[in-house]
Design a protein around this ligand. Structure first.
Ligand SMILES: Cc1cc2nc3c(=O)[nH]c(=O)nc-3n(C[C@H](O)[C@H](O)[C@H](O)COP(=O)(O)O)c2cc1C
Length: 200
């Protein structure tokens, strides 16, 4: 099968993309509006993109009106990325509903907002790792309806639960991160194997 996205329905192209790029890590992004309303939503167009300084990115699909996360990030230039463990998978999913602007998804999902140190957006108490971020760049990648705004943020504070980390190494069996597959499927991070890089 060979597909030219330019002559293929967007829905099918999207299915190919999200079915192929798997498993996708999930950035559970908390923000606060200029009116002070907390917001929380998952994004699987998410990854780490720079080591020094540490940076992450995620992409928000266009919508009219804009998703709350897009509006809040553009207005405040700050956000927190929380990692989703198996324990909070269902709560994460609850926050992804199309709630009206002004709805606090922390309350919807029964998750606990905790004040951050360096940014106004709160972090998720139940997440094993949270990263406080300041926006480096926000890039509108495409004007099309299914285009996205790519948000790149510098991590200015890490919060890591003491019981999952030793000497800065996070134990994946304790982190229990989940990831997004195509459709409505998720994967756990339990089935792992090791490969040693060649020393050339
Ligand atoms: C696991 C998961 C991953 C998602 N990934 C994205 C994503 O990468 N980009 C996006 O725009 N929406 C994504 N969504 C949908 C948003 O979470 C959803 O539109 C949410 O309501 C946005 O919330 P907001 O309006 O409060 O910002 C995802 C949903 C789920 C459940």
């Amino acid at each position: 099968m060979i597909v030219d996205p330019a002559s293929t329905p967007q829905r099918d192209v999207y299915k190919l993309l999200i079915g192929s790029v798997v498993p996708r890590p999930i950035g559970f992004v908390s923000t606060v509006s200029t009116e002070g309303v907390f917001n929380l939503a998952p994004f699987s167009f998410f990854n780490a993109v720079c080591g020094d300084p540490p940076m992450v990115c995620f992409a928000i699909s266009h919508r009219d009106p804009s998703k709350d996360t897009a509006r809040n990030v553009a207005a405040t230039r700050e956000f927190v990325v929380n990692i989703v463990s198996e324990e909070i998978a269902e709560k994460m999913n609850l926050t992804s509903g199309d709630y009206a602007q002004g709805v606090d998804e922390f309350a919807v999902a029964g998750l606990t907002p905790v004040a951050s140190e360096a940014v106004r957006a709160p972090r998720v108490a139940e997440s094993p790792v949270s990263m406080e971020c300041r926006v480096v760049q926000m890039i509108d990648l495409s004007p099309k309806p299914a285009g996205t705004d790519l948000v790149i943020g510098e991590v200015v504070r890490f919060h890591v639960k003491d019981e999952i980390v030793e000497n800065f190494r996070i134990d994946p069996d304790k982190l229990k991160a989940i990831a997004r597959m195509g459709g409505n499927e998720y994967s756990r991070s339990r089935d792992r194997f090791e490969l040693i890089r060649p020393k050339v």
